[in-house]
Design a binder for this molecule. Structure first.
Ligand SMILES: NC(=O)c1ccc[n+]([C@@H]2O[C@H](COP(=O)([O-])OP(=O)(O)OC[C@H]3O[C@@H](n4cnc5c(N)ncnc54)[C@H](OP(=O)(O)O)[C@@H]3O)[C@@H](O)[C@H]2O)c1
Length: 319
């Protein structure tokens, strides 16, 4: 009987003990950690599995026999942008904990803008006691771009708080009690949206999508006066120069952004200086290694029993 295939570990996460942690899920397999200098020139042929985050450009040439590739995160743009991706299943990281944390972040940002937390903090610094207009959640329409695993969970939680939620996705969705749009309905969708929430994957179609023209098509004169932009999908979907202009010329009243074209966001970025923008360091929903390795254990078990893999990427669509 063939020995169980080793697993290539190529995760560039800043976490301790990744190798020891994955080893506990696969005690009878060798774990080849590409972060170890001894593995830099190692022959990786004959290995079936790899788990990667921003894989090295030469990984697929060095490991020509991979049968299943695991993404260290929910997004796969870090893989799709590498040349020579083999024609094998790519399993995304889909996890209850990650989904819950993303919804927490989205709900938090919507409430921050609804309840005027940024201007209140400014007032507090100046010891000013003065109340702002604060509409109820139901007066705000949140337009969710992306109705996948994360978008659907966020939609349910926003609706539970009373927000009016509408959604936009590549293929039209039927969701009870929620109006949805596909690509052809974009204008309609944007013109009804007060808070635009981005939970889209990065693909050629979504690159640079959030630009000044799009911000200008959001509803002006809603319950808070000006629209708000909230993005936790991918930074390259937003034009950051346009975002800066929209936040300073009054096209947008505020924004919350977790993802940027260049991460870490360079110190010189003018976005840091805006008092109507919340910046978080790609921390909305970090991947939890234990859950990631548990998912791999389940999926490798399925694969080796000849069962269908779950959470696979539609490589033609790019996500
Ligand atoms: N900031 C963070 O910490 C963090 C953490 C995890 C994930 N993310 C990001 O969140 C993204 C979404 O994750 P997910 O698990 O929800 O993905 P998913 O389940 O694959 O859902 C993606 C959604 O986007 C829609 N979509 C894709 N391309 C589109 C296009 N060109 N036009 C319109 N809609 C389009 C899809 O439409 P269909 O329904 O028609 O397929 C789907 O509704 C990830 O790709 C990743 O980039 C960020």
């Amino acid at each position: 009987m063939r020995a169980k295939s080793a697993i290539i570990l190529d995760l560039k996460f800043a976490r301790d003990n990744l190798k020891q942690t994955i080893q506990t899920f696969f005690p009878d397999r060798e774990i080849i950690d590409l972060a170890e200098p001894d593995n830099a020139a190692r022959d990786l042929s004959g290995i079936d599995y790899a788990v990667v985050w921003k894989p090295d450009a030469d990984l697929f040439r060095r490991a020509p026999d991979l049968k299943v590739l695991f993404s260290g995160g929910a997004g796969v743009d870090h893989i799709m942008s590498v040349e020579g991706i083999p024609d094998i299943p790519i399993v995304r990281f889909v996890d209850r904990n990650l989904t819950t944390r993303m919804s927490e972040w989205i709900v938090l940002q919507c409430l921050i803008h609804l309840r005027r937390v940024l201007p209140y903090l400014e007032q507090q610094k100046k010891r000013v006691w003065s109340e702002f207009l604060q509409p109820e959640a139901s007066e705000i329409t949140v337009g969710l771009m992306g109705l996948g695993v994360l978008g659907l969970d966020a939609a349910a939680k926003l609706r539970a708080l009373g927000f009016t939620v509408i959604g936009w996705s590549r293929t039209k969705k039927e969701i009870e009690g929620m109006e949805t749009f596909d690509a052809t309905g974009m204008n309609d969708f944007l013109s009804r949206t007060d808070f635009l929430v981005g939970l889209l994957p990065l693909t050629p179609e979504t690159t640079g999508l959030y630009n000044h023209d799009l911000f200008g098509r959001l509803r002006q004169g809603g319950a808070l006066g000006k629209p708000v932009f909230i993005n936790a999908g991918r930074g390259k979907s937003q034009n950051e120069a346009d975002l800066h202009i929209a936040l300073t010329d009054g096209t947008l009243g505020g924004a919350s952004v977790d993802v940027f074209a260049v991460e870490p966001l360079p110190e010189a970025s003018p976005l840091w200086g805006l008092d109507n923008l919340v910046i978080t360091p790609h921390a909305a929903a970090p991947s939890e290694p234990v859950a990631l390795f548990q998912l791999m254990q389940e999926q490798i078990g399925r694969f080796e029993r000849g069962e269908t893999l779950q959470f696979t990427v539609n490589t033609a669509a790019g996500y």
